[in-house]
Structures are given as structure tokens and as C-alpha cells.
Design a protein around this ligand. Structure first.
Ligand code: CMP
Length: 387
């Protein structure tokens, strides 16, 4: 590193260190602030439930009201921060308000005030707060993925559903015609026969009569077998689509993470997809020891977000997002030259030694950049020891 004119190398190092620490602290505060709406959802939902309970409402109504209004203010503030910087659409609305999560966030803020102005009495007034559960649920990656599975296989799932509905209707018609005259309470109309079928399939018709005629029994049997078949088909369709969507997500996520590491920007699209398949994402909480000095090394780490401390002597070095570490062991004697620990929650892309060698061999530009940085670090370490 060459010092800026007028600054000694030591001074510049200290300033850079100070700036990095400030960035890390700011990120920590940012993460803590993001937790507030989640806490408000949990506390708010408990308050909505307690409001409907006469005993707790009787004892704590003023406190519960204060909590619920507080939650509303948190959600209103959160929504305001989201839309405040957005450019308005021609309809005068912020684009976020037109997205599914925007609609949920808007209803979370407006539901209770709307009920209040409509004159809804307590405790029903607070019931629109139940929609708060959708605020975190709508952002859960698992649910979002499930939504994509339905979008992908929707047509096939619907086709199986229509087939089943057809069988149910046909069986209902047979039951109505064959059983209706003798058992009017259960099969006297087509609607009653369909209701009997629903109860039968969900195992809740123990108190109802069973079909007595041969056609009626046949129809009920066919319906039960068709139900099992449909259930199996739905499950297999969903499972296959889930695997496909997950694989695609992993590839896209790796691709996105790779694009955040400047070192990979020189790679061609073909090389990026080779790297995307080889890299393994890994997340570590604050103050995790990634590896210890002197241990054998078998992978390189690229920092996607967060920062790590390299415990070099006499002064440790902090590496932040976009940087990498762990290459010296692979390029040298195989042993780690320093202990590395995370300074804050961090996410990495990890490349194992075999893939590292393959990728270095086929991408000279990347290999050159890693070699040069490794040499610089080695030189720095030598200077630190010999002065
Ligand atoms: P490795 O020896 O495998 O494990 C420790 C890692 O710390 C090392 O690879 C480098 O990636 C990194 N490292 C060592 N010295 C420095 C330094 N002076 N500056 C930045 N990183 C370093």
C-alpha cells in the first residue's frame, strides 16, 4: 500500500482502520434497527390476542391500547421510510404500494384506523391487526419459494384438481340418485351428497350413515381411491418443482454473490457459471474463528458482506467485503499463516482447493490478481518480522 501524499504509512493505516471500525459499527446499528418492526409484529399480535380475552382486557386495556398504537406507529414509520424516496407513479402512488408486500404493509397500517373511523367497537376494532402476521411471513424465503412452485406448476396442479372435482361430482350424482330416497338426511340433494363426500374424505363423518346400495358403495369406493391418487400426484408434482426451483435459486444466488466480489468481474460468463457451481456460500456470526494459524488449509474464502480480522503480528489487519483470504496456504506450504475471525456477521463464498487450482489454471487474469495480492501480503509479513 502506498501512503497518500503528506501522510505516513502508519498514520494512513490508522485512519483506514478507524474508518473500517466506524463502518462496522454503523452496520451493527442498522441491523439492530431492522429488528424493531419484527419485534413489533410479535408484541402486537400478542396484544391483539390479549385484547380479545375479557380477563386480560379488563386488567390491562390501557396498556394494551398503548402497545397496539405503538406498533401501528412503528409500521407507519417503516412504510414511510420505504416509500419516501420512491418516485411516484402517474397514479400518484409509490410503486412499492402496488407490490403484494406493499399492499400488506399498507393494510397493516390502515386496517385498524379504518375500523376505528367506521365505529367498530373494542375488541373487534383491533382484529385487523391479525394481518401483521403477513409482514414477516410474506418475506420468508421458504414461502416466497413455495409461491414460485405454485406459479410454476399451477397449471398441472389445477388440472389434477379439476379431474378430482369431476370424479367427486360424478360420484355425488350416483350417491344422490342411489341413496337419496332411502337416506334423505345425508344424500337427499346433490349438495348433501357432496357434503357427505367431503366429510367422508376428511374422516369426519363417523356420525353419518354409510351408503347401502351397490352403486352408492361403488361410487364411494372410487372416490376414496381417486382421492389417494390425487394426493400422491399433487405431492410428487410439488416435490419435483420444489427441487427445480431450489437448484435455480442456489445458482442465481451464487451468481449474484459472485458479482459482488470485484475479483471475479474479469471472468467470462462461461467461467462465472463454472465458478458459481464450485463456490459454496457460508454465513458466520460475529466473532467466529474461521480457522487458526498453523492448521492445514484446504479452501479460499471470498468476503461477500461483513468483515474479518487477520490476526497478523504485531498489528492485525481487517479485510472487508470484496476481499479474499486463505490463498497463502494453498499457494505455499499448505499451512495457515494467521488466525482469522469474523468482526461482524459475515457471508462468504468458499472455494475448495481442487476447484481453486482448476479455476486458477483456466483463468490467468484471476490467477494473476490473486498471486499478486498474496505476494504483497507475504512481503508485508516479512517486513513486519524483520522491520
Ligand atoms: P492463509 O495463510 O491461508 O491463512 C491466513 C490468511 O490471512 C492468509 O492465507 C491470507 O489470505 C491472509 N493474510 C495474511 N497476511 C495478510 C496481510 N498482511 N494482509 C491481508 N491478509 C493477510
Amino acid at each position: 500500500m502506498t501512503a497518500a501524499p503528506g501522510l505516513s504509512e502508519g498514520r494512513e493505516r490508522r485512519i483506514m482502520g478507524g474508518l473500517k471500525r466506524l463502518t462496522i459499527k454503523t452496520r451493527r446499528w442498522g441491523r439492530a434497527a431492522r429488528g424493531i418492526p419484527r419485534l413489533a409484529v410479535a408484541v402486537g399480535l400478542i396484544a391483539v390476542i390479549l385484547m380479545t380475552e375479557p380477563s386480560t382486557r379488563g386488567m390491562f386495556a390501557p396498556g394494551l391500547r398503548a402497545v397496539l398504537v405503538g406498533c401501528l406507529l412503528v409500521f407507519a414509520g417503516q412504510l414511510w421510510m420505504r416509500i419516501e424516496s420512491e418516485r411516484l407513479t402517474p397514479t400518484g402512488l409509490a410503486p412499492y404500494l402496488l407490490s403484494p408486500m406493499g399492499v400488506i404493509d399498507a393494510l397493516a397500517v390502515l386496517g385498524i384506523p379504518a375500523a376505528f373511523f367506521a365505529g367498530v367497537p373494542e375488541p373487534y376494532l383491533w382484529l385487523p391487526g391479525a394481518i401483521w402476521i403477513l409482514k414477516p411471513a410474506g418475506r420468508m424465503p421458504g414461502l416466497v419459494r413455495l409461491g414460485r412452485v405454485f406459479a410454476r406448476e399451477g397449471t398441472a396442479l389445477a388440472a389434477v384438481g379439476v379431474l378430482f372435482a369431476t370424479i367427486m361430482l360424478a360420484a355425488g350424482a350416483v350417491l344422490y340418485a342411489a341413496e337419496g330416497p332411502a337416506q334423505p338426511a345425508d344424500f337427499g340433494t346433490l349438495a348433501r351428497a357432496l357434503w357427505w363426500e367431503t366429510l367422508s374424505l376428511t374422516g369426519s363423518n363417523a356420525l353419518h350413515d354409510a351408503p347401502q346400495t351397490v352403486p352408492g358403495r361403488l361410487a364411494a369406493g372410487v372416490l376414496t381411491i381417486a382421492f389417494l391418487g390425487v394426493f400422491g400426484l399433487w405431492t410428487s408434482l410439488m416435490a419435483t418443482a420444489f427441487v427445480a426451483v431450489s437448484q435455480r435459486d442456489t445458482f442465481l444466488r451464487n451468481w449474484d454473490l459472485i458479482s459482488r466480489v470485484p475479483l471475479f468481474r474479469s471472468l467470462s460468463p462461461a467461467a462465472i457459471s463454472e465458478v458459481a457451481n464450485a463456490l459454496r456460500p457460508w454465513e458466520a456470526p460475529e466473532r467466529t474463528v474461521v480457522f487458526r494459524e498453523g492448521r492445514p488449509g484446504d479452501s479460499v474464502y471470498f468476503i461477500v458482506s461483513g468483515s474479518v480480522r487477520v490476526h497478523t503480528r504485531p498489528d492485525p489487519v481487517v479485510l472487508t467485503d470484496g476481499s479474499f483470504f486463505g490463498e497463502m496456504a494453498l499457494l505455499g506450504d499448505g499451512l495457515r499463516s494467521a488466525t482469522i475471525s469474523t468482526v461482524e456477521p459475515s457471508s462468504f463464498l468458499v472455494l475448495d482447493v481442487a476447484d481453486f487450482r482448476k479455476i486458477m489454471a483456466s483463468n490467468p487474469e484471476l490467477a494473476g490478481a490473486i498471486d499478486a495480492e498474496s505476494l504483497r501480503r507475504r512481503e508485508e509479513a516479512r517486513r513486519a518480522v524483520h522491520g
